[in-house]
Ligand binder design. Structure first.
Ligand code: ADP
Ligand code: MG
Length: 638
């Protein structure tokens, strides 16, 4: 009935399935390298010991992947080409405990929609295998195949035969082969126990024997890399970091030899990349890029691999923690191996971060902190209890409230309850990322640290900086820039959400501000965005009459306007005018150097900073955090 109505009167019709599959295929399979990636990942998931990849004409003619994994039964061989057919995920909950590469059940359906596929497979322990041909919508009946070995072979021919646009878009063989090699490498590097071979047009490109991680890295990149590698190894509750970074003297002018893996999956992550680069501060000029192959292991429940179909971008629940760990970890590696004389220090005493017994498994620090917990009880005083709402992440809360209460940080809430603390490695006395009871007790004995209401010691120094210990060293945070960063991100988020970042305080007596004509015109042009930030005015002769000011601003209108307008409101490339105003406003509203901060303000600011997407830089690109690890400090004390 309904079907009829639609067909008669409407213009909408359901796409035939093969067309839908072709469209969907475009998301998964962009080029021959995508096929290689999907097939090799499947082979790894199948528990293979040996995986061979055979390519002809950069994948245009043939991509074949042969493995010695578990193989498939005949019904599975037929079923594996259906969309959303997967053996790896049964319930939505499984998504949060994934250890396999695939889980979407889309790859084979996509490949079959745009190529000719021959599958030959024999399940382990079976005498006979099965052979199956699939071409788009045509799936031939499976036939017994006595010749096939245990394991699976997928041969993909005539890629994009029915999608000329894709086929024509392919680059030269050299470029496509480069992509194939990249994908192959990204899978081979973290699976050093599996033997991998890549053959192109009859010549062997890679023949990688099983071995140690170091052997695998050297086999992939070449023997000369052996002397260039510096091992990195660090283990905390939040994350395990292992792998190698290149000695600075071998850094290259070109990028590309930078590999970051999370749970053995290749990822790109701008923030973590920056953390790694920052470890080379003082060792490299800006023009050279260091080599690295680093493997992070985190609880799969805390990584979202699902946000991008090709799964290179990931989101971590706790990326600021990993960020803050990565730089000192790499730096310590460089220091320990005397790469940089400036960083050299005693190996024995350097590692106090990895004392966690391995059986405990990996846990991520929680952000909730018990505000009443103060192991140091200065003068018997406890920080006053603030309203708590454990349901919401403390970071979110802090950031949300920042906008509403921009004058100061006094009203910033954070979640707290005793149960939280028990589950929160953050607050655990000796293993927490931030708080270390011994460090703090010492600091207290020396009378230098002003404690926050929670377990993290913070102190203000020189009117400008907040100093706080983390288990791997000392962080010195530029308070004004940190606060600018926090306010900026809050403002931008609020604008994105369609709300006003700063409230207006109407002035009883409008303030006349003299402005040159140019600035007056800029104000008029930007009336809307200025008003979003609490600045309201009327044009007047020779200037403007300011009638509303951002509430919480501690300057007069003239100073504020001068700072907002600077030399106009022309944002640099890729920055909107709103963002430019947000950045300048944040700079004005932030704690100014010289202002005395109390411990709650400092603690909250540090928390909020690490909740930001870019804690390391203020919106104007100036650094916010300086880290001093043990290497830095012991060098001074030699
Ligand atoms: P996914 O990997 O997301 O499960 P795919 O479309 O890549 O989806 O594969 C579908 C299913 O086919 C897999 O879940 C697996 O059961 C089976 N399969 C694919 N490749 C192999 C292989 N090389 N060996 C054994 N089984 C395989
Ligand atoms: Mg797969």
């Amino acid at each position: 009935m309904i079907q009829q109505t639609v067909n008669q009167g409407g213009v909408i019709a359901r796409l035939p399935e093969h067309v839908a599959n072709q469209i969907a295929a475009g998301e998964v399979i962009q080029r021959p390298a995508s096929v290689v990636k999907e097939l090799v990942e499947n082979a790894v998931d199948a528990g293979s010991q040996r995986i061979e990849v055979i390519i002809k004409d950069a994948g245009r003619t043939l991509i074949q992947v042969i493995d010695d994994g578990v193989g498939m039964t005949e019904p599975d061989a037929v079923a594996c080409f259906a969309r959303h057919a997967t053996s790896k995920l049964k319930t939505a909950d499984d998504l949060f405990a994934l250890s396999t590469k695939g889980f979407r059940g889309e790859a084979l359906a996509s490949i079959a929609a745009i190529a000719h596929v021959e599958l030959r497979t024999r399940q382990r322990g079976q005498d006979i295998g099965v052979r199956l041909l699939v071409e788009g919508t045509e799936q031939q009946a499976p036939e017994p195949d006595p010749a096939v070995r245990e394991g699976t072979s997928f041969a993909v021919r005539n890629l994009f035969y029915n999608v000329p646009a894709r086929r024509n878009f392919l680059k030269s063989d050299a470029v496509e082969l480069r992509h194939i090699i990249d994908e192959f490498t990204r899978i081979a590097l973290p699976h050093e126990g599996i033997s991998f071979r890549l053959v192109h047009n009859g010549s062997v490109v890679f023949d990688l024997a099983p071995g140690s991680r170091r052997q695998r890295v050297v086999a992939v990149f070449g023997a000369k890399y052996d002397e260039r590698l510096v091992p990195v190894s660090e283990d905390t509750d939040a994350v395990r970091v292992e792998g190698f970074v290149g000695k600075p003297q071998f850094a290259r002018k070109s990028r590309g030899e930078q590999f970051l893996f999370v749970n053995n999956r290749f990822i790109r992550h701008g923030l973590l990349h920056k953390a790694i680069l920052s470890a080379y501060e003082g060792l490299l000029d800006g023009k050279h890029h260091p080599f690295y192959v680093l493997f992070l292991t985190v609880d799969p429940a805390k990584v979202d691999v699902n946000i991008h179909p090709t799964k290179v971008e990931v989101k971590f629940e706790e990326d600021r923690v990993i960020f803050a760990l990565l730089r000192p970890a790499v730096r310590r590696g460089l220091g320990k191996h005397n790469v940089a004389p400036a960083l050299a220090f005693d190996q024995e005493t350097s590692l106090n971060i990895s004392e966690r017994p391995p059986a405990e498994g990996i846990r991520m620090p929680q952000v909730s902190v018990n505000e009443n917990y103060n192991p140091f009880r200065i003068g018997g005083q406890q920080a006053p209890s603030r309203p708590s709402s454990a349901a919401k992440g403390a970071w979110t809360q802090v950031l949300e409230q920042a906008g509403a209460d921009a004058q100061g940080l006094s009203g910033w809430g954070r979640s707290a309850s005793t149960e939280d603390v028990e589950q929160a490695p953050l607050a655990r006395p000796s293993k927490g990322f931030f708080a270390d009871a011994n460090e703090s007790a010492q600091a207290e004995a020396e009378g230098v640290a002003e404690m926050t209401g929670d377990s993290r010691p913070v102190m203000q120094w020189s009117g400008k900086y907040i100093v706080t210990p983390v288990s791997s060293g000392l962080l010195v945070i530029h308070a004004h820039r940190a606060h600018t960063r926090v306010l900026f991100e809050t403002y931008v988020r609020q604008m994105d959400a369609g709300s006003r970042p700063v409230t207006i305080q109407q002035l009883l007596f409008p303030e006349f501000v003299e402005l040159p004509n140019g600035d007056r015109a800029v104000c008029e042009e930007s009336r809307e965005v200025l008003s979003m930030f609490g600045l309201e005015f009327q044009l007047a002769d020779g200037g403007i009459e300011v009638t509303g000011m951002p509430s919480g601003a501690s300057t007069d209108a003239a100073t504020l306007l001068e700072a907002i307008l600077e030399d106009g409101l022309e944002p640099p490339d890729e920055v909107s005018r709103e963002e430019l105003v947000a950045a300048r406003m944040a700079r004005m509203m932030a704690f100014q150097p010289g202002r005395k901060l109390n411990k709650t303000e400092m603690g909250d600011l540090v928390d909020a900073l690490f909740g930001c997407s870019t804690p390391g830089l203020d919106p104007f690109g100036r650094p916010v955090i300086a880290t001093f690890d043990e290497g830095d400090i012991s060098k001074k004390l030699q």
